[in-house]
Design a protein around this ligand. Sequence first.
Ligand code: GLN
Length: 233
Amino acid sequence: EESAPAGEMPTYIVGTEAQFPPFEIVDSKGNVVGFDVDLLNAIAEDQGFKVQYLDQDFAGLIPALQTGNIDIIASGMTITEEREGEVDFSEPYITAGLALAVPINNEEIQSVDDLKGKTVAVQTGSTGFMKAEELKEAGVIAKIKDFPHVNEAIEELKIGGADAMINDLPVTEAFIAAQPGVIKIVGEPLNSESYGFAVRTGNTELLQKINAGLENVKASGEYDELLTNLPKY
Ligand code: GLN
């Protein structure tokens, strides 16, 4: 007897914004790779489902999930109270947090305390964007410039269109490692955040699979292996 064809396994469409290394990035062959992808692939294998990645802007991911264009979000998405009202999150799979970055030669801005009257670049719809809005409402930041992708926010810093950027620390570190000498991280991380995979509200069947797979992949040691073999960007 032949084993069941793979086609009998359910395939879930995974939305991701693949310009967010080391969590997701498009490699030289055009494939979406990264920690989120490796982890979700391992979970899918463990739980007997297939995944297909769809690269799209971060701000459109939750709407795409809600309308059914995608089934899962795997995009370094922070679990927030606000988003909990729009999607269901898996158990957290990694901890990150926001960091402040400035052009390499800027000596004036050492921390959030130095952002008075400044222009800050962020990614549209991100927690960095939300933090910047908070700081603007508090009368600290003067102006927010938001971009669909982090590299565009970095570009804005480079050309002097913004004084600072707020973005996820590991991602800013990955960009700096790939392109040293352009920007630098200043001060302490602004907070601590946990990433989760998201499914449509009430899709408990899929959520349980993801959570069970995550537990197994952690218990088997595969999770730790993936973490130590992050893709080079
Ligand atoms: N972790 C941040 C958020 O959830 C940024 C995610 C991203 O840009 N992919 O808003």
